[in-house]
Write a protein that binds this ligand. Structure first.
Ligand code: ATP
Length: 513
């Protein structure tokens, strides 16, 4: 756990030091769980968004994009169920005055038991060596089975109480488990209350006529309410999808995992409209296709896993998360949900307008079913960034920190470095930049010895360094150094663009899907 914490702290400080992420309004001591993307962060974020957009919209003939407004008619959120049910169960500690999510307190309690299981596994693996069979051990070791039964019984009681809105039982569970405030150690708790996560705001100038609005808590509803507009004007035939990226806002109670859980964040969502009865196949297909998108970035298949939901939201008939191994363990990165006709039917009911599709072949009208893929752009950013940050010990015993971002996503593709600040080398470096800048983000760096400049670019995640030296004056060649292997090649200036392009071109990466 301590090692995980250290790695996570390193990720956060590196993100600041190298101009990726700053705390929002830092000079005023920040705003909790709100972050700003800095000069490199904004580029990485844009590249992730583009990579998603190309894979979803550009490469699928039957998927189109929209950009709906953040502010929507307030009835939208009544219809979607967010006004009545987008709640987290909240509990306060009377001594520390700290507020927690009651379900998270219970889940963290279970995570501690899970850590005990992991400890037993590690111990046994050491003891049995090669002959160790983890599956069998988990199923037969008395102590481990006992731990697992305890976890299962606690979590199923929690799920049942939340589903039945039995908040007294959630409190009783916390008391029975003797869960203490993680900060003060106090067990003096208030009752559990529901807390709505939507941010409210007002539209209009005068206090009496102003209309209560919400900042959207998800982008999906902007797609649902535009379903028929897009279908008609785009002459879309089912099955088809509508994609959107944009900001969403949630007044999260527990928000302390850096950009993993923010109050203002960005989603990349796609709603795929299908004929009722075919949703199961599409759900399976989108699960597979989204995992392939992740794997195409080469961040290690072992770092992803599916978590199929057993307890489903009332509108869903199947749901799964793609979980990623963040520095603090496997957590949800993306959700794939089979949402039935719930959303469109609700909007029909509340708006009084038909939201149906007329099938010219079967000559029938129906409300389509929806399979949704929903990923947090900021969570994807954290996945990419934390997975890429490594400390390496080199053959000569020296250390380097390198941000091995997938080259296609790197904010700056190359740094151009004159070996010395004289003899016409800076001028040639500038000429190279003037040519490359039409294709890539490139930067110029002449400060410090070239070895230090290489290290700086390694840590910033730049995949290539191009060095101009005295030989360049004679034969128009430069060295190009690869970030990950540190290999250097002597190449003609005119070949540099092609070499970079080969590694950063989205086409080549997307073809791996
Ligand atoms: P969680 O269980 O972690 O709160 P969720 O199940 O509420 O997430 P969804 O409503 O399915 O999440 O939202 C889809 C995606 O949006 C999530 O998979 C996640 O990547 C992202 N997301 C949700 N809430 C946040 C947040 N507060 N900050 C950053 N990203 C978020």
């Amino acid at each position: 756990m301590a090692k995980q914490d250290d790695q996570f702290k390193k990720v956060i400080s590196h993100a600041k030091e190298y101009g990726y992420i700053f705390q929002s309004s830092e000079i005023y001591d920040g705003l909790s769980a709100v972050y700003d993307y800095a000069q490199n962060g904004v580029e990485l974020k844009k590249n992730i968004r583009d990579y998603w957009w190309k894979a979803m919209v550009q490469m699928n003939e039957n998927i189109v994009g929209i950009d709906a407004a953040i502010l929507m008619h307030p009835t939208t959120w009544k219809a979607s169920g967010h006004v009545d049910a987008f709640n987290d169960p909240l509990i306060d500690n009377k001594d520390s005055k700290k507020r927690y999510r009651a379900d998270v307190l219970v889940e963290e309690y279970c995570a501690k038991i899970e850590a005990k299981i992991e400890k037993e596994v590690t111990k046994a693996a050491k003891r049995f060596g090669e002959a160790f069979n983890e599956k069998e051990f988990l199923a037969t070791n008395g102590r481990v089975v006992g731990y697992q039964e305890k976890i299962d019984s606690i979590l199923s009681r929690l799920a049942r109480s939340l589903e039945n809105e039995d908040l007294d039982d959630v409190k009783a569970l916390i008391e029975e488990l003797e869960i203490a405030d993680p900060i003060s150690g106090s067990k003096n708790w208030t009752d559990v209350k529901q807390f709505n996560l939507m941010f409210g705001t007002k539209l209009g100038a005068s206090a009496d006529t102003a209309m209560d609005l919400y900042l959207r808590p998800e982008t999906a509803q902007g797609i649902f309410v535009n379903f028929l507009n897009v279908q008609k004007t785009g002459r879309m035939k089912i099955p088809f999808g509508i994609a959107q990226t944009g900001k969403a806002f949630r007044n999260e109670i527990v928000a302390r995992q850096f950009i993993f859980r923010q109050r203002e964040f960005e989603q990349m969502e796609m709603q795929f409209f299908v004929k009722p009865g075919t949703q199961k196949e599409w759900y399976e297909q989108w699960k597979e296709s989204r995992l392939k998108w992740h794997l195409s970035l080469g961040m290690g298949a072992e770092n992803y896993r599916f978590h199929d939901h057993e307890k489903l939201a009332h509108y869903a008939d199947a749901a799964a998360d793609i979980e990623f191994k963040f520095p603090f363990g496997f957590k949800e990165l993306e959700g794939i949900h089979s949402r039935t006709d719930f959303d469109l039917s609700q909007h029909e009911k509340y708006s009084g307008k038909k939201l149906q599709y007329f099938d010219h072949e079967s000559k029938e009208s129906y409300v389509p079913y929806v399979v949704e893929t929903s990923i947090g752009l900021d969570r994807m950013f954290l996945a990419v960034f934390s997975n890429s940050l490594v400390d390496e010990t080199l053959e000569d015993g020296s250390e380097r920190t390198v941000l091995r971002l997938p080259a296609v996503l790197a904010p700056t593709k190359a740094a151009v470095l004159p070996l010395v600040k004289k003899d016409g080398l800076p001028e040639i470096a500038r000429e190279i930049i003037d040519d490359l800048k039409f294709d890539f983000n490139v930067i110029y760096d002449e400060k410090d010895a070239v070895g230090r400049r290489y290290r700086r670019q390694d840590a910033a995640g730049t995949p290539f360094c191009i060095t101009v030296d005295h030989q360049t004056l004679e034969d128009q060649t430069v060295t190009i150094r690869h970030r990950d292997t540190m290999e250097q090649q002597r190449v003609k200036i005119e070949d540099v663009r092609g070499i970079i392009n080969k590694e950063v071109d989205m086409r080549a990466w997307l073809m791996k899907m």
